[in-house]
Design a binder for this molecule. Sequence first.
Ligand code: SF4
Length: 279
Amino acid sequence: MASFYKPHRHPNWNYGGPNWKLSRSKIDLFLNCPRCFYIDNVLGSARVPGFPFNLNSAVDALFKKEFDIHRKAKTPHPLMTKYGIDAIPYDNKDIDLWRENFKGIIVEHEPTGLTVSGAVDDVWVNPEGELIVVDYKSTSKDKKIDALDEEWQIGYKRQMEIYQWLLRQKGYKVSDTGYFVYANADTSKEAFNNVLDFDVTLIPYTGNADWVEPTLMQIKKCLDDPRVPKAGKECDYCTYRETIAEVLKKHSEKRQKDKDIHTQKDTANTTSKEKTTLF
Ligand code: SF4
């Protein structure tokens, strides 16, 4: 992991550099803590990334394959039929690009000049030609997942709203209702036997992307300000960082003090020896 983390990113990838884009996750970072966002995007030092969730990625990849079969056949996936959703997976020349990490749906936002991007999991289309944003999620919980009512799930909702906003900016008609395809791994079985069973539920969410435009204006202001903003309230890492700097400083001051005392003692001993020799 240590060699994986690069604390100083090449300036080409920072704000103002040719490769910099405002991704969906960066917008979320700004909303959680403008300070961390600024240190990352302007000063070029991102937080240490977490370990990749390979099992979640595997579920996403398999969902993608499954929905792609129906995209090609222009038929609804059985899950859509089960939940009475009148739509099919959207077939468009750009769908693979929209789903690709580090590419995604890219929009040049004129009022700020920011390039905004987000990689969507899937897009469906209803008979009215409205696009439906879809996000795959996987987890393992004891209870059935049929709602997004946890406070921390606000990030999931914002994620969907940014995708809806991006597609609208591209000129598409987009439904306010998006869906989370939630795969919940069942751990109540007697044994693993190389099989993980999932209960898959479909959770509708009515998005409201009104917050996106004003947030982009705030982000632009933040990026162009030479002052580093204050930290958000929800994170203890800055307190941790400052405390560590403080205790290390104290420790080095104490070591220096101890060294000085030893040097003084040595000097005093040498002087008294010299005096003894003289007399
Ligand atoms: S409070 Fe947390 S999120 Fe904010 S700058 Fe400090 S480490 Fe980053």
